[in-house]
Design a protein around this ligand. Structure first.
Ligand code: ADP
Length: 382
């Protein structure tokens, strides 16, 4: 979603803080540009109808039923919450729904709503049955969250005018609308907000076949020839995530144009992804650094996510949202009440071992000095 970047001007002469400030602003600007470029990429390949959405069959089936019932009764769809890791299709499904219903869509995101006044125009502009999509809804400040409760429940907002003794509240009636929220952290949503969503859907990682299907369809959209085994190879290295699959498809397509005859074959896909240091199960530089940090700095764990994030010098949110979900699902790391722990599978994959006795203590393996297998990965990448 479009995020505002504010670049402050300062007429004072340069001081020591200026350089830091400009570097931070440049970082923020680059991050915002990166987000915008990704959004453009996403929009180009986003399915526009429910029938073009691949995978998530149970979720799609339930949505079909909701849409049919809504159309039949000519009532607004009940508020809907999507949760799941980034890139799995939350925005895609949220944008498909109003198209299927033939209604309007307004889009905003939790971090861009800093006060109720930021949300008000979206609520007053919402027409009957239209959809308001709030991405990263768990990042809405509490004041905005409280403001949205009566809007969700009774389609009304309470606006306070003036303050102190002169303060008075007026109620404004809204058109009945549908709020679709998306979150990567359903656990961070307050119970009152979560409870106001009558429909909640969790999106899970995609199967290899579904990812290969998405890659093949999108190669067609990009007018690029891809062999079935190359589509499967990219799928295998896409961490179960359509956004990753699309990004790797674009990269292998560039690679095929620059280094081959433009066709994406298995060899081209493999060479292109190795050049990006993506290993044969889809782990990237950052995933390996995360695992290596737990192994070397925290001797296999348990380690708290904040401590790991500090050591790696990246935000804990990035680890929790983007790195850990796939590693947890694949069994490379375990989440215990005492913190994150490395698994035998991760050690074997990386060709590493822990100090004697370490794994035996945790009960994860019978022998800590087990000879790690060298995977195709290490042979080729390291
Ligand atoms: P999220 O909102 O969960 O971060 P998006 O909906 O933006 O993820 O999805 C990222 C990209 O992945 C989209 O542009 C779309 O091209 C692709 N994508 C996601 N889910 C699907 C799907 N089920 N079928 C086809 N493409 C998908």
């Amino acid at each position: 979603m479009a995020r505002k970047t504010t670049i402050r001007n300062n007429d004072d002469g340069p001081d020591d803080r200026d350089e830091t400030r400009f570097t931070e602003e440049a970082d923020r600007r680059r991050a915002a540009e990166g987000v915008e470029a990704q959004e453009r990429y996403d929009d180009e390949l986003r399915p526009s109808r429910l029938e073009d959405v691949v995978g998530q069959r149970a979720v799609v089936e339930r949505l079909r039923i909701l849409l049919q019932a809504t159309k039949k009764r000519n009532e607004p769809l009940g508020h809907l919450l999507f949760d799941g890791p980034p890139g799995l299709g939350k925005t895609t499904l949220a944008s498909v729904i109003p198209k299927e219903l033939g209604t309007e869509l307004q889009i905003t995101s939790g971090p861009s709503l800093s006060a109720p006044k930021d949300l008000l125009p979206y609520l007053t502009n919402a027409s009957r049955g239209s959809v308001l999509f709030i991405d990263e809804i768990h990042r809405m400040p509490p004041t905005v969250e409280e403001f949205i409760y009566p809007a969700m429940e009774d389609f009304r907002v309470d606006i306070t005018l003036g303050d102190g003794l002169n303060a008075r509240t007026i109620n404004m009636q809204l058109q009945p609308f549908t709020l679709i929220g998306a979150t990567t952290r359903s656990g961070m949503l307050t119970a009152p907000l979560r409870d106001r969503f009558v429909n909640r859907e969790h999106l899970d990682f995609y199967s290899l076949d579904d990812l290969a299907d998405i890659i093949t369809r999108n190669a067609r959209k990009l007018r690029t020839e891809i062999s079935p085994d190359a589509a499967m190879e990219i799928a295998r290295r896409s961490r179960g995530t359509p956004r990753k699959a699309n990004n790797w498809l674009r990269w292998t397509r560039d690679y095929a144009d620059a280094r081959a005859d433009g066709r994406i074959t298995n060899e081209v896909a493999d060479a292109a992804l190795r050049m990006k240091s993506v290993d044969d199960v889809g782990l990237e530089e950052q995933d390996r650094r995360y695992l290596e940090t737990i192994i070397s700095v925290f001797t296999g764990g348990p380690a708290g996510v904040q401590a790991i994030a500090h050591t790696m010098n990246i935000p804990a949110d990035t680890l929790e949202d983007e790195v850990e979900p796939f590693l947890l699902r694949e069994g490379f790391v375990q989440r215990t009440p005492r913190g994150r722990m490395i698994t035998v599978k991760a050690l074997q994959h990386l060709g590493r071992s822990l100090p004697a006795g370490r794994l035996t203590d945790s009960g994860l393996a019978s022998s800590s000095e087990s000879t790690p297998k060298t995977t195709k990965n290490q042979k080729e990448l390291f």
